[in-house]
Design a protein around this ligand. Structure first.
Ligand SMILES: *Cc1c(COP(=O)(O)O)cnc(C)c1O
Length: 379
C-alpha cells in the first residue's frame, strides 16, 4: 500500500478526529458550550450553525465526528444513555414488524424490547445468534431487524458478524450490532457489514465510571440514519454539553485503555483457568472458549470482560465477592477500575446467569496486584 492510501491508525483518529482547536481562542482543548440558544442574524439565519440546544450543540457535534470516525461510519448520533441510543434504532420498527434479538444480550436491553418496544405492536423474538442456522430459521415475513451483541453479556458468546450481515442483507433486515463490549478499537461491525453500531458510552467509551451516554453510528448517510438523527431531536434524549465534552475527552485514551485492560484480562483468565476453586472461565481469549477462533478473526484483541464460576451456588460466589480488596463490588463495566458482581442478583428473577457466576470487568490496575487479589479472595 502506498503512503497516500494508508489511513490513519485508530490511536491517531481517537486523538484528532473532531478535535480541531477552538475557533477564536485556538484552545487545544475545546471549551464547553452550555448555551441553550444561539443568536440569529438580521436575516433570521444562524451564522454559527446552531439554533437551540436540543437541536444541536458544538460539543455534541465534535463528539459525533469523533465517534463516526472511530467506527468508520457515515454519521454518528449521540444520546443521553445507551438505552436511548438503542431505542432510536428500535424506532425504525413499525407495528406488525418483528425484531430478532440475541438471547444473551444485555438484560436491560431485553427488558426494553419486551416491555416498551412490544407496546407499539412489534414482536420481539430471542434467538441464539451464535448459530447462523437458528437465525435463518427464525426469519419470517414480518422480520425487519436483527439485533446482536458480540461478545455477549454475561456468557461471552461470540456471534459471527460478517455471516449474520450476509443473512440480514439477503432477507432485507436492518442489522444492528451493540459494540459496547468490544469498542471500535477491537472490532469494526460496520466494516463487517452491519447497518448500525450502538454503544452504551457509559462503559468503555466513557471509561471512568462518571458519565451516562449512548451513540448510534450509521454505515451510510441514508434515510434510516436520517430517521435516527431526527429521532434524537424529536424524542429529546440528548446528552448534556458537559457529558459530550467529557466523553470526547475520554475517547482520546480509549485505545490505550482497552488494550491495557484486554492484556490484563488475558493474564487473569489464564490464572483463573488454572485455579482449582474456579470451575469455569468464560473468556474469548482462552483456546478452550467455543468462540475463540471466531474472536481471533473478528476482533483484534479479546476484550476485558470475563465471567467465572466458583463453588456450588450464590453463597459461595458471594463469599468470594466479599473478600476482594482491590476489585470493587459494583455493577457496570468498562471503567479503569476492576469490578466484580454476582450477575444473577443484578439481573433479578428473570436471569439466565448461573447462580455461582461472577462477572468481572477487568481494569487497568497492575495485573499482578489483580491476580493477588483473586488469589486471596478465592482461597
Ligand atoms: C450498559 C449496556 C447497555 C445500556 O446502556 P445504558 O447506558 O446503561 O443505557 C446496552 N448494551 C450493553 C452491552 C450494555 O453493557
Amino acid at each position: 500500500m502506498s503512503d497516500e492510501q494508508r489511513k490513519p491508525g485508530i490511536d491517531t483518529v481517537a486523538i484528532h478526529a473532531g478535535r480541531e482547536p477552538e475557533a477564536g481562542s485556538r484552545s487545544i482543548a475545546p471549551g464547553i458550550t452550555l448555551g441553550t440558544n444561539f443568536e440569529q442574524a438580521t436575516d433570521g439565519s444562524y451564522p454559527g450553525g446552531f439554533s437551540y440546544g436540543r437541536s444541536g450543540n458544538p460539543n455534541r457535534n465534535r463528539l459525533e465526528v469523533t465517534m463516526a470516525s472511530l467506527e468508520g461510519g457515515a454519521t454518528a448520533v449521540a444520546f443521553s444513555s445507551g438505552t436511548a441510543a438503542a431505542m432510536a434504532v428500535y424506532s425504525l420498527l413499525k407495528p406488525g414488524d418483528e425484531v430478532l434479538a440475541c438471547r444473551d444480550a444485555y438484560h436491560g436491553i431485553l427488558h426494553t424490547l419486551d416491555e416498551i418496544v412490544t407496546h407499539w405492536g412489534v414482536t420481539v423474538t430471542q434467538v441464539d445468534t451464535t448459530d447462523a442456522d437458528a437465525v435463518i430459521e427464525a426469519i419470517g415475513p414480518k422480520t425487519k431487524m436483527l439485533w446482536v451483541e458480540s461478545p455477549t453479556n454475561p456468557m461471552l458468546w461470540l456471534c459471527d458478524i460478517a455471516a449474520l450481515s450476509g443473512i440480514a442483507n439477503e432477507h432485507g433486515l436492518i442489522f444492528a450490532v451493540d459494540n459496547t463490549f468490544a469498542t471500535p478499537v477491537l472490532q469494526s461491525p460496520l466494516r463487517l457489514g452491519a447497518d448500525f453500531v450502538v454503544h452504551s458510552a457509559t462503559k468503555y467509551l466513557g471509561g471512568h465510571s462518571d458519565l451516562t451516554g449512548g451513540i448510534v453510528v450509521g454505515a451510510r448517510d441514508d434515510e434510516q440514519s436520517e430517521w435516527v438523527r431526527n429521532y434524537q431531536v424529536g424524542a429529546g434524549a440528548v446528552p448534556s454539553p458537559f457529558d459530550c465534552w467529557l466523553l470526547q475527552r475520554s475517547l482520546a485514551t480509549l485505545p490505550v485503555r482497552i488494550r491495557t485492560q484486554s492484556a490484563n484480562a488475558a493474564r487473569l483468565a489464564e490464572y483463573l483457568l488454572a485455579h482449582d476453586r474456579v470451575s469455569k472461565v468464560y473468556y474469548p481469549g482462552l483456546a478452550s472458549h467455543p468462540g475463540h477462533q471466531l474472536a481471533a478473526q473478528q476482533m483484534s484483541e479479546f476484550g476485558a470482560m470475563l465471567s467465572l464460576c466458583t463453588g456450588e451456588g450464590r453463597r459461595d460466589a458471594m463469599a468470594v465477592l466479599a473478600r476482594f480488596k482491590i476489585v470493587t463490588r459494583a455493577t457496570s463495566l468498562g471503567g479503569v477500575e476492576s469490578l466484580a458482581e454476582h450477575r444473577a442478583s443484578t439481573e433479578g428473577p428473570r436471569t439466565r446467569a448461573p447462580e455461582n457466576l461472577l462477572r468481572i470487568s477487568v481494569g487497568m490496575e497492575n495485573v499482578d496486584d489483580l491476580i493477588d487479589d483473586f488469589k486471596q479472595a478465592l482461597n
